[in-house]
Design a protein around this ligand. Structure first.
Ligand code: SAH
Ligand code: SF4
Ligand code: F3S
Length: 459
């Protein structure tokens, strides 16, 4: 049976099963945008079967946990939250409880979940998301836990419906997997090798989104800068940016993530040329010391990185730069850490995600001698955060009384009277306004710059 026939067969069977029952689903998502978008695909399939979304766990007929294993903390939360559902399962024996995503792609962890939580009905990894209709069918029709984890990534499957969180701004995956094997990172182990979608499939999807009113797209990949290399016909990420830039209706283009070692001059040129590509780049530094960068297998030096930032700022005036930084990598000395602080000071990031190194089983760094005290790592993290806070605050101050163009994304999460949206430089802006302007571009005068967000008045 071809995949398409399989999908059709099980979708139809599930549609019959769900007919008239008003089934509801709830998906809990951990991790990066890649997982967020995978959840949108799971939601898309469930909607097509006839399920409706609910935010109320008690009324859900299926609850899915789409998991992340990039750090231990992410895994612990999954254990806690799945365990907490034991009583739901007791009060609603028909409830289907599924655990999927990166954490389940590791066989040992999947086995552990099944052992600790025997009431889980369905377990699958990242490589078989497209088999979800069959797996769900098996789960609702069998009394035992359905488990399917594929070792190999297989080919890209197109045409899976997605129910996106927003009509205004959409994620579009352009490639799957990662080839870089940074020594601390589990992602290549759970997401497989780099596989690029065909340019036509990507532009068709974006064209359709634009026809439905989407204004902004974020192209997703673990390292979008190496998009196309596996396709072997010379069509690379800058070419894709130029083609996406031509799509009518799309006004803003963003992308994550860019590995510094693959940020080519042609890409910087494409970013500068394409008027829809926003003035923002997320460029993970990870560490400021060349010794640590080498141990991390990042394949650039601090000097290379600084040159890139100079080039970006020269070609794209006003470009915002954000980053990811890890402290406490095995063997990190105070001197190494001072190099990281120094880089933060030199680059003057707009924002930074900062993490304490978390050993991941099966990665090379997990068996490197460490010797750095946990308290020292926490203290380093706090120093790093304090410095970035000062820099972010000072940078945001520069927006005082400035007028910025904001794409209105929705009602503010913390204050239902306010709307929120982003500048092209990816700054979150809150301002008063009615929900009728969601999806529109408005001009906002900044009246109150804060450390992480800006507040203003629509003009
Ligand atoms: N592909 C992206 C994102 C990878 S995961 C990239 O290369 O930037 C997001 C971030 O998590 C990484 O940038 C890194 O800073 C952090 N991270 C990954 N593995 C980690 C680990 N074992 N411990 C702590 N932080 C980690
Ligand atoms: Fe992990 Fe490095 Fe790949 Fe990013 S580039 S996903 S940090 S291995
Ligand atoms: Fe986590 Fe998987 Fe993303 S491990 S960071 S959800 S690719």
């Amino acid at each position: 049976m071809s995949l398409k026939e399989e999908q059709q067969k099980y979708m139809q069977a599930l549609q019959q099963y769900a007919e008239g029952k008003r089934f509801k689903y709830h998906i809990v998502t951990y991790g990066c945008q890649m997982n967020v978008h995978d959840s949108e695909k799971l939601a898309g399939m469930l909607q097509e079967i006839g399920y409706e979304e609910t935010q109320v766990l008690e009324e859900a007929d299926i609850i899915l946990f789409n998991t992340c294993c990039v750090r231990e903390h992410a895994e612990q939360r999954v254990y806690g939250n799945v365990g907490a559902l034991r009583s739901y399962k007791q009060s609603n024996p028909n409830l289907i409880l599924g655990v999927c995503g990166c954490m389940m792609q590791q066989k040992e962890t999947a086995e552990d979940i099944i052992k600790k939580f025997p009431f889980v009905d369905l377990v699958f990894g990242t490589h078989n998301l497209h088999h979800f209709p069959r797996l769900l069918f098996e789960a609702v029709n069998s009394g035992h836990t359905v488990v399917e984890i594929l070792d190999e990534e297989g080919n890209i499957v197109e045409g899976i419906p997605a129910k996106r969180a927003s009509n205004v701004s959409a994620y579009v995956t352009i490639m799957y997997g990662c080839n870089n094997f940074c020594t601390y990172c589990i992602v290549p182990h759970v997401r497989g090798r780099e596989r690029s979608r065909l340019p036509g499939d990507i532009t068709d999807e974006i064209g359709e989104l634009a026809a439905n009113g989407c204004k902004e797209i974020t192209l997703l990949g673990q390292n979008v800068n190496s998009y196309g290399k596996d396709l072997g016909d010379g069509y690379l990420f800058p070419d894709l940016l130029r083609d996406v830039n031509k799509i009518e209706g799309i006004e803003r283009i963003r992308f994550v993530t860019s590995h510094p070692k693959d940020l080519s001059d042609d890409l910087i040129d494409a970013m500068a040329e394409c008027e829809k590509v926003c003035e923002h780049i997320h460029l993970p530094l990870q560490a400021g010391s060349n010794v640590i960068l080498r141990k991390m297998n990042r394949r650039y030096t601090r000097e290379d990185y600084l040159k890139l930032v100079d080039k970006l700022r020269a070609r794209i005036p006003g470009i915002a730069v954000s980053t990811d930084i890890i402290v406490g990598f095995p063997g990190e000395t105070e001197e190494d850490f001072l190099d990281t602080l120094d880089m933060m000071e030199r680059v003057q990031y707009d924002s930074a995600f900062t993490f304490i190194y978390s050993p991941r089983k099966g990665t090379p760094a997990a068996s490197m001698p460490d010797g750095v005290d946990t308290e020292v790592k926490k203290e380093r993290l706090n120093r790093l955060i304090a410095l970035q806070n000062d820099i972010s605050k000072a940078k945001n101050q520069l927006y005082m009384d400035k007028v910025v163009e904001v794409l209105v994304e929705g009602v503010s999460k913390n204050n239902p009277k306010m709307l929120s949206g982003r500048t092209r430089t990816n700054k979150l802006v809150h301002f008063e306004g009615g929900s009728e302007i969601i999806g529109e571009f408005v001009n906002v005068k900044i009246t109150l710059p804060k450390a992480w967000t800006l507040e203003g008045r629509m003009i």
